[in-house]
Ligand binder design. Structure first.
Ligand SMILES: [Fe+2]
Length: 164
């Protein structure tokens, strides 16, 4: 069968097998980041109670950060020669995070759900590192280091709100 593209094989020095495995890991990270973005924006809209002002504003800062994060993750997948997932059906299949509940939870339950989401994404990001080391994929490692820093810091801030 004829090759689909006239372009030569991608020659950045990472094997096809490693590029595919890294792209799969980054696709899961992208799906989970997008899912947590949407949940955080949902909670920004629907939060109620005496902490409304501070949580409404905090959720806005968090969903803006998550929204800005999806683009570099998707574009790293493209740099590795793979298509970036970008549909609700694909994200639902790839993401290990649950969708936001249909009924808005109480404010502190929202905080807990978001904290669990940030921790879950930190675990996803961390699980990709051994593969990156083996393949010598520093740009993906750099991106994941930045994402891990944000997710762990945000999880800490949310967890602090839950403690007496
Ligand atoms: Fe708003």
């Amino acid at each position: 069968m004829a090759k689909k593209s006239a372009a030569p094989t991608l020659g950045i020095g990472i094997s096809e097998k490693d590029r595919a495995a890294i792209a799969a890991g980054l696709s899961k990270l992208l799906a989970e980041t997008y899912t947590l973005y949407l949940t955080t924006h949902n909670f920004h809209w629907n939060v109620t109670g005496p902490m409304f002002n501070s949580l409404h504003a905090m959720f806005m800062a968090q969903y803006t950060e998550l929204w800005n994060a999806v683009d570099p993750i998707a574009e790293r997948i493209r740099s590795l020669g793979h298509a970036a997932p970008g549909s609700y059906a694909q994200f639902a299949k790839l993401s290990g995070l649950p969708d936001a509940p249909a009924e808005p939870p109480k404010a502190m339950k929202m905080v807990e759900l978001l904290m669990l989401g940030h921790e879950a994404i930190a675990r996803t990001a961390r699980s990709i590192f051994p593969l990156l080391d083996k393949a010598g994929d520093e740009p993906s490692a750099d991106l994941l280091t930045q994402r891990l820093t944000v997710h762990e810091q945000t999880a800490w801030m949310l967890r602090s709100l839950l403690e007496e």
